[in-house]
Unconditional design. Structure first.
Length: 187
């Protein structure tokens, strides 16, 4: 009879949970049913690339709070990370002004600029869709008893590395299974 160690089984379970989280992000409700969400599961060498980029950002920004380094270490201590982004620079067609422009036509004509971390301006409805997809994926992880946390800084590094190249904004959700959640008892 084969024996699967706890560590091996947990790794397999976490990767399967990440796949379920991808499904949750994809099937999350979208404004007008238009799906501009992008998602990927990252682990192994590519996950380390994101963590190394977070260290580089911390150094470049002289991050006094050490938040990029702290979150980068959290990522290293995680089995995988979900990247969820959105094509936020696409117009929705409602002329609501939430983007800062009076009409969607003016929003669409606006010059797209890369800020310190992300590209904008972004449509408020696309950003709402991103939030719903993130919440849905995090809920799935929680339902499966998988520790997780939505992290802005992971998305910043992923964007710089051109993961999900069509996304104007990316967030990350690292996942782990430890005796104590590594994402909330942090210094």
């Amino acid at each position: 009879m084969p024996i699967v160690t706890s560590k091996e089984g947990e790794r397999e379970g976490l990767l399967e949970a990440a796949r379920m989280m991808l499904i949750s992000a994809r099937t999350a409700p979208k404004s007008a049913g238009i799906d501009d969400i992008l998602a990927a599961m990252v682990y192994g060498k590519e996950k380390e690339e994101i963590a190394a980029e977070m260290d580089k950002i911390a150094q470049q920004r002289q991050d006094a709070s050490a938040a990029f380094k702290r979150d980068g270490q959290n990522l290293r201590d995680s089995e995988a990370v979900l990247l969820i982004g959105v094509k936020g620079t696409k117009k929705f067609g409602l002329d609501c002004g939430g983007c800062g422009y009076p009409t969607c036509t003016e929003f669409e004509r606006a010059t797209r600029k890369l800020g310190q971390d992300f590209q904008g301006p972004n449509c408020i409805f696309k950003l709402l869709d991103l939030g719903i997809a993130l919440g849905s994926a995090a809920k799935t992880a929680s339902t499966l008893n998988v520790d997780n946390r939505i992290m802005y800084r992971v998305g910043t590094a992923a964007k710089r590395l051109n993961f999900l190249p069509e996304a104007s904004i990316i967030m990350g959700i690292p996942i782990s299974a430890k005796g104590k959640s590594i994402y909330f008892d942090r210094k």
